[in-house]
Design a protein. Sequence first.
Length: 710
Amino acid sequence: MGSKLGKGFVRLKEQTTFKLFNTSTQSEMRTDFMLAFEDEPGKGLWFGGSNALYFLNRKTGIVSTESVVEQTFGDRSIWSLERDLSGLWVVSNRRGLFYVPLSSQGKVIGEIKNFTPENSFIASYLLHQVFIDSRGWMWLGYEGNGLQLVREPKSILNEGPVNVEQLLPAQAQENTIGGNKIRRIYEDQNGDIWLATMQNGFSKIDIDGGVLGDISVLRHDPDNENSLSFNDGRSIYHQNDSTYWFATYGGGINRWNANTGEFLRLGTEQGLPNNSTYGILPDADKSFIWVSTNSGLARLNTETLNFNTFTPEEGIQNLEFNTGAYHQLSNGHLAFGGIEGFNIIDTEKLKINETPPPIYLTDIKIFNESHDSDTNTVFKKSLMLNYNQNFLSFEFAALDFENPSANQYAYKMEGIDSEWVYPGTRNFADYPNLESGSYTFRVKASNSDGVWNEAGISLPIKITPPWWESAWFRISAGSVLFAGFILGIRHILQRRLREQLRQMEMENKLRKERERISRDLHDHVGAQLANIKTGLSLADKYSQADNKEKSSSLMHSIRNDAEITIKQLRETIWALNQDRITTSDFMEHLKLYFRDQTSFNEMLNIEYYHDIDDEVELSAIQALNIFRIIQEASQNTLKYAEASHLKISMIKKNGMLKTMIEDDGVFKDKSGSAIGGYGLGNMKKRAKEIDGELSISTEDGTKISLHVET
């Protein structure tokens, strides 16, 4: 048959396995959104959707609904259905639990009853599941209210006292169910009850002789790979004595061995079409199971673990199925429902294509451009490329035309991939930035029925190295690197030697600064202390001679000397406490000093000028000597110059720091000698200690300038 979709020729097989029921095939149906199924043995199938309850007559294949049923359930979703000997239990969204009395022919024969939280034992309107086990017990699962057990469901209909047992998860207790949002209730072959919970995996309730026993929970542990793959549970299937299968919404399916506790996780990487799964049902062949997902219907060979995926092209209702919409009928047929109706599957009629498909490479691309060569891609036996042709893409095809869109692929680049990559139905692979070397690209594929061509095809690939990776270049580069290594060692040793010399120089400089500060303390503070000591001796003599006037005058002088000594000590300590002192900080300290000198503040107007854009840092000895020079010059101005204005400036120019002390007084000293009056020799000595140059000008006042290299 020719295809109008531009995909060439497709061979179609008669769809006898999947029977489709939806609004397009059944005139009575008003919804395609399926949510629940229940068997009417020998007669047909009850099913519920988003807004109605319907009955499918097995003999006629016609869907219908009785008026009383349509009036009751025509505007709400049907979550769950359960048949007992005399009627049908129905859970309707936010309307509680209903009971529909039925005849042996499946016809409504009485009043439909509705049980709600207001008129019965129902815990809330969030009822989601109803299930009657082999003992005749009724189990009710809620979205948030856990689980209820009614051992005598007939008492509900007789309007007598109802004995209800409530099971809720409790963190402080071990023997409790795992979650309170129940998605499915299931009875295994041993008569034990299983719960698929929305947030905490699967719970098993052991039942022995009518007594509820231990409750165990299987949940996901992120630190343990031998645990459930995901905690959102949707379905349980007991395959044999020790093997259970679990469907999760987000983690694929899990096989659990009850004897060993071992889990096997199967997801998209293993061939499952989607990790969001809903229902698991058995095939007529007990070694197979069926799984409904969000990307089609999968059939799994539980012995080989190979999947076969069915899509709408083969007759299923849609790729997307629904929670709760799966059921095995009494005749062994399977019902799976989704968003566009449901399918009845006769698994015994399923025809499997056992022929593995041939595989061919259809295109090789380099940087997304098809590779030009003399040999057609299909017949290419090997591939030789340059180092700059290392962005490869491959396209391949399995030549099976029953349902080409369902053909599965796996590929592996030996030298890159340690395991096969299973991309599903995607038939291309990309390998960017391959390094030079030898590789082998392999591809295998399956037909639409999951039969694999395990031999597949292979393509040897060699990418030649660039010239800088050749042997001669590596030898040359090795020699250069060795020479560089020797030079590097030499450089490191020289750098260490320079570092040691610099350290020694710093230590020597520090020693010299300490010696200078010691001399400063000895010259000034020591002299002051000697004066204080001598003065105290004289004051003691005057006191003994009862010469109070001279003793008092001398004590006043001693006190002044002591204050001067304390100030000098503070200034020295200030300098010692600074590792480096900026000229801005120095000027601020100078202002604080003169602010505390009452005589200066009363007799002189002091002006400060700081014009330095790039901040200059002074060492402790530099700061101390400059301070002493300013201090002595200002004292001479105060005592001898008869000045009214004093200006202290710091300027940086041509790499030199210039400090100036200027007054507007008359240059003179006590004896008429300029040099002696201003202590110029002492100031020059201090300038020399910091490698500075001191000069004095007496035109229009007195101006002392100090130049220090920065």
